[in-house]
Structure formats: C-alpha cells, structure tokens
Design a protein around this ligand. Structure first.
Ligand SMILES: C[S@@+](CC[C@H](N)C(=O)[O-])C[C@H]1O[C@@H](n2cnc3c(N)ncnc32)[C@H](O)[C@@H]1O
Length: 409
C-alpha cells in the first residue's frame, strides 16, 4: 500500500511538473497522455487511471428478448459451433447481431480479433462482407481457416480422405496414446487419434486440405474427450467410450473470398488492419486459454514435445496472454489506441468478486469505459442469460454485457 501511495504521488508530482496538461489529466481527460509520451515520461495511460476521479458508468440498457436456436438436422457434417469452448459466444449471437444492426448498419468489414471458435465472424460471413478472424492458438487458427478462409474445396476428394482416416485400424501405441490414454480418452480412441494425425501428414496434398483434415480431427476428438469441455483436467470416471468419427465440415467457400485469417497477437495485428466493426472478446480472467486447450494445441502443432504433470501439459510459455495477467488493462488500452475502425464492440464478463481470485475479471468495467471513451461515446447493453428448460425460460441471475463505442475521435 505504502509503495502504491509513493508511486501515485511520484506520478502526480511528475505530471504537475509538466504544467498546463496536469490539470487536464488529473481531471480525467487523458488526451494529454500523447504529449506525456513525447516528453519521454515512462508512465502508461493506466498508471494514471489509478488516480482518476470517480466517473459513473453510462446507463446500462437492458435487452429483454428471447432467442431460439433451432436443432440441427444434418448429422453427416459438422458446423463451426459444434465444439465445446469456454467463453464461446454462440448463445449470444442474436444479441450481438441486434446491437450491430442497430448501431453499425451497412458495415462491410468486421474483425473478430480474439475469435476462439470463430462463431461471431461466421455469423456475419457473406459474399459482400469481409471477415478478419484471428486467434493466438494454432488449433483455433486451423478451424478459423477451414470455415472462414478456404475458397476452393473438392468435397468428393475430401469425403474420400475422411473415409480413409475413419477406416484406419489402430492397434499400436503412439505419442498421443502414450500420453493421453485411459485419462482423457479410451486407449482405443487415443491410439486412433494419434494414428490419424500421423496419416494426415502423409495424405494431405495441400495446406488447405491438411487444415481441413486436422480441423475434422479436432472436432471429432472433442466429442470423445472425457472432460467437462476443457483440458485442465479429465473426468475421474472414463465413461466417454463412443468411437471416434471424423465428419466433413459444413463450409461455404463462396463466402470466403475476401476474408483474412491470422494467427497473431491481437495487439500486433491491430496495427496492420482496418475494419468497420472491431469485435473484442478477450479472455477476462487469469485462466489462460493455452492451459485449458493445451491438448488440441499439441495435436494441431504435432511437434511431439514432452508433457508434464497429471494434466499432461506441454510447455506453453510462448502462448501466455497479456489479457490474463496484471498487464491486461495496459494491453487493452494499447489495443484501443491503435484501432483503426468505425465501431468497437467489447464482450467482457465481469462476474463480480469471487473467492477464487483466478476467476476475477482483470479489467474493471470503469476502466473499459474510460479507455473506450478516448475514441468516442460509450453505451452498455446487457442481457439476462436465460436457460431454456421445457419451453419455459428461467433466469439464473447471470447477465451478459456488451460495451459499444461509436468511434469519432
Ligand atoms: C473469450 S475467448 C473468445 C471466444 C470467441 N468469441 C468464441 O465465440 O468462440 C478469447 C480468445 O482469445 C484468444 N487470445 C488470448 N490472448 C490473445 C491475444 N493476445 N491475441 C489474440 N488472441 C488471444 C484465446 O486463445 C481465446 O480463444
């Protein structure tokens, strides 16, 4: 506490020594930060927010609408949302679409820069709309490329190859079964996953084909994984015993011509792109996605590294995200500062203070609003999350929030 106080007063002293902009900054207007940088003061914008005056949040606008998701019919194909992924926005797509229709009509380029499964980009993917989709996990990049990036596909050839992979007989151990059998998967499924992954290297004729085949394997793997939807741990009782089956992805290549797919840090990519709508859905607590999805990542990269501990994780140091660390607010501020766009939408899940500090949000609502305000007017939309049972909607007290900023500055 003493240290923080000392640091704060040092910052204030330093700002005051820069005369005319001191008052401006201390009153909550951060336009002076640009000038501070030029004068080589080593404090970032969010060193300063700690001493800002208390600003109230914009009025929250509640959207009370029920959205329905029809059951799928085609069991031979898989869709982009047919996987389990923490924080995926599949159930929020209509809510996001309503905000976009209301606020961003006529947009032509949408960037989903923390895309995860990619369902948000896919929702708006059309011949006349360009989707920029990005994620740091290579496993996500492969499925983003498959669904949103591929422009030509020979479905007959693909069907043939998937048939070959499905009919492989796996009766020997391999890298995958040695590390992941009898825990995450049955021995039979683990051997088959490892064998199929090896065979994909052999039979793929192009990078696009390899990308689709690995994606098909990743989605099939998720269906037989003995987990609750992530790989931080496996379920004690190994009762996920159905056989592995690869399917063909449901892709519309004719919609993908203008799209761009990346596997980069969002803060680097943002400096290189323009979009009309920037949709941001960063991780919000200290649980890194590379920890929860180390296994699909390992299967995708197929570099066969050593794995450690009960959960059998590979080294993931290079995949850690700034958004899961103390640096989150700073990273978010820099991202917004560099954004070249007309509209910004941010999904951020502030679930309040939890006993488990790892679950607490890294960026405060007020910080999100203040950062966005530097670009333009901010509005907040909120929707009560409703679970549907026997046709009736029941509230569980959980709300979903989207911050919207119309960029004018
Ligand atoms: C909340 S999830 C996004 C979920 C996604 N909207 C969906 O519907 O599936 C956040 C994603 O951000 C990715 N991520 C984390 N840090 C990143 C960074 N610095 N740059 C790009 N992506 C990052 C994670 O791998 C994860 O997939």
């Amino acid at each position: 506490m003493q240290k923080i106080k000392r640091k704060s007063s040092a910052i204030i002293k330093n700002i005051k020594s820069h005369g005319e902009m001191a008052e401006q900054i201390l009153s909550g207007d951060f336009t002076g930060v640009e000038i501070l940088k030029e004068k080589s003061i080593q404090y970032y914008l969010f060193d300063l927010t700690k001493i800002e005056p208390d600003l109230t949040l914009p009025k929250i606008q509640n959207i009370n609408k029920n959205y329905f998701y029809p059951k799928e019919k085609n069991k031979d194909r898989f869709n982009i949302h047919n996987r389990r992924y923490l924080g995926n926005k599949y159930k929020l797509l209509e809510f996001i679409k309503d905000i976009l229709n209301e606020k961003c009509s006529g947009f032509k380029v949408l960037c989903d820069i923390f895309a995860g499964t990619g369902v948000v980009g896919e929702k708006f993917n059309d011949k006349n709309i360009k989707i920029i989709s990005n994620d740091t996990l290579y496993s996500n990049y492969l499925s983003l490329k498959t669904f949103l990036g591929i422009t030509h596909i020979n479905f007959e050839k693909l069907k043939n190859k998937i048939g070959i992979l499905n009919s492989l007989k796996a009766n020997k151990n391999n890298y995958f079964s040695i590390n992941y059998s009898n825990t995450y998967f049955t021995l039979e499924n683990a051997r088959k996953i490892g064998l199929i992954r090896e065979k994909i290297e052999e039979i793929s004729e192009t990078n696009d084909e390899k990308c689709i085949l690995i994606t098909s394997l990743l989605y099939a793997t998720d269906k037989v994984a003995n987990t609750v939807g992530h790989y931080d741990a496996y379920r004690k009782k190994l009762d996920t015993t159905q056989p592995l089956k690869l399917l063909i992805p449901h892709i519309s290549p004719e919609k993908n011509y203008d799209n761009e797919i990346y596997n980069e840090d969002a803060n680097m990519l943002i400096k290189k792109i323009y979009c009309d709508v920037l949709y941001l859905d960063p991780p919000y607590n200290s649980r890194h996605y590379c920890d929860a999805y180390h296994l699909p990542e390992n299967l995708s990269r197929w570099e066969k590294p050593d794995v450690y501990g009960k959960a059998k994780k590979m080294d993931r140091t290079f995949l850690k995200s700034d958004y899961c660390l103390q640096t989150a607010t700073k990273a978010f501020a820099h991202l917004i500062e560099n954004a070249n766009c007309k509209h910004i939408l941010v999904s951020y899940n502030n679930t309040g203070e939890s006993k488990d500090v790892r679950s607490n949000a890294k960026i405060k609502d007020r910080e999100i609003v203040n950062i966005l305000k530097r670009k333009g007017k901010v509005e907040i939309f909120e929707r009560e999350y409703k679970a549907f049972t026997t046709g009736k909607s029941e509230s569980n007290g959980h709300t979903e929030r989207v911050f919207y900023c119309k960029v004018t500055k």
